[in-house]
Design a protein around this ligand. Sequence first.
Ligand code: SF4
Length: 312
Amino acid sequence: MTYQYLFGPVPSRRLGMSLGVDLIPHKICSLNCVYCECGRTTKLTTEREEYVPYEKVTEEIKHYLKNNPSPDFFTFSGSGEPTLNNRIGDVLHFIKTHTEVPVAVLTNGTLFYDPEVRKELREADVVLPSLDAAEPVAFKKINRPPRTLNIPQYIQGLVDFRKEYSGKIWLEVLIIPGLNDNRENLEALKEAFLRIQPDEIQLNTLDRPGAVDKIRAATRRELAEIVRFWNLPQVKIIAAAPDRKKIVSYRSDTESAILETIKRRPCTLEDLHQILGLHINEINKYLDVLEDEKKIVSVRENRGVFYSIANN
Ligand code: SF4
């Protein structure tokens, strides 16, 4: 069975081998972050809908559980904002009643002002919302929100969620130098953290090509300075992804597995090696052919050469 709504498992920095559940068609999101690995948001909205059908997603989950080893986590993620799907709570409940595998939700957290969204996520084991800005100028620069969203409402939603939710909250803050690392925003963020009280504050920076050029990753030293400035025990800089040496390869069709993986986000050869469990030389052969056929393109970044789908 080829899965349409499940992807991976992929090695995640924070969740081990994580099986992705994608409830949103490509780039429907409530934000349009400059650093988005999936490119520009095509539909910027806060309207919730059943963007992909509950029955089809749960059918795939059932099939996966029957035919594959358990991943470390089921993770709601993908190339859009998962809480925009108004059946997320039902899919989450389905997973929780069919397996012991813990569930994580990667979300931008912008819809947490809605009590229904907060209620729907209560069964998750860990929720990883993001908050890159706590003042309006930085918010506009880095997250490019729709007019319907504002900072006080965004932060209040996270504060309310903390009060109602007993699982873990790992708040992610992504730093882009020049956009959200000014003193005013860092101070406002600290104030917000003290109100939200997340279990962890995970400091991150650009890892792959973003939606716009001319942005760069923060250096390790810049991140360390921010950690010092906040001086809060929950803050940590996220470490590198775990090795995937012992993971069996789940995919048989190599070319489509590579294309499917880099369709979701640009990857280096090393990423593909870890994700797909294939030998680097073998992946290289396919990349050569795919690049030659102009199906993929490569871009050099600090971390190496990233492959992504060509926009023919
Ligand atoms: S990074 Fe996340 S929240 Fe930001 S535009 Fe991309 S999918 Fe949306």
